[in-house]
Design a protein around this ligand. Structure first.
Ligand SMILES: NC(=O)c1ccc[n+]([C@@H]2O[C@H](COP(=O)([O-])OP(=O)(O)OC[C@H]3O[C@@H](n4cnc5c(N)ncnc54)[C@H](O)[C@@H]3O)[C@@H](O)[C@H]2O)c1
Length: 183
């Protein structure tokens, strides 16, 4: 499976390396060029026992890549894990600005079905905000209906959808399925 990890920090890097070790093709994105350059030179910005070896063998096998290319990261993963920071706001609540920035990037670039996973520690209701942020970006691109839930799996449009596509100049809306894993 192709998986994108958005935010290559403590959680994102370990999650990405482990998912690659299970045989997935993992694209780890970060906005921090210094961190990505270090990883691409074989360095590891955090210490976790055994992590360096897991990263090395999966980079070597071509299953794990590190990049700052947002468009490529969205194109890569049918599953998009949001693992950016959620520092406490002034009132102690989680600051969702990085989570919502990541969601907007998905909406700006997605062209097909994506499962979006909120891996960051977020309050209940964040999945709805993430879905709304993605949908707003899709609508800004003239793509209507983003945010409708479709069952995962191969999807062949039926008669009704073909009719709907003809009516809508915006074309077929990529479906998204925001999910929030249970602890
Ligand atoms: N560190 C832990 O042990 C731990 C444990 C449980 C849960 N969490 C939660 O997991 C989440 C991530 O924590 P962390 O410790 O990995 O944070 P971190 O600060 O180590 O990593 C977050 C990364 O996200 C990057 N980032 C920010 N905005 C981005 C964007 N729009 N696109 C791409 N990358 C972006 C940052 O540059 C940074 O490298 C937080 O919600 C945290 O509360 C962390």
């Amino acid at each position: 499976m192709n998986i994108t990890i958005i935010g290559t920090g403590y959680v994102g890097l370990v999650t990405g390396a482990c998912l690659a070790d299970l045989g997935n093709h993992v694209f780890c994105l970060d906005v921090d060029h210094t961190k990505i350059d270090l990883l691409n030179r074989g360095g590891v910005p955090i210490y976790e026992p055994g992590l360096k070896e897991v990263i090395e063998r999966n980079v070597e096998a071509g299953r794990l890549t590190f990049s700052t290319d947002v468009a490529a990261s969205v194109a890569h993963g049918s599953v998009q894990f949001i693992a950016v920071g959620t520092p406490p706001d002034e009132d102690g609540s989680a600051d969702l600005q990085y989570v919502l920035a990541a969601a907007r990037n998905i909406g700006r670039h997605m062209t097909d079905f994506k499962v979006v996973v909120d891996k960051s520690t977020v309050p209940v209701g964040t999945a709805d905000k993430v879905a709304a942020a993605i949908k707003a970006e899709l609508e800004a691109r003239g793509i209507r209906g983003g945010g409708r839930l479709h069952p995962p799996g191969p999807h062949r449009p039926g008669h009704r959808q073909r009719r709907r596509r003809r009516k809508s100049p915006g074309g077929h809306a990529p479906a998204l399925r925001p999910v929030q894993p249970q602890p």
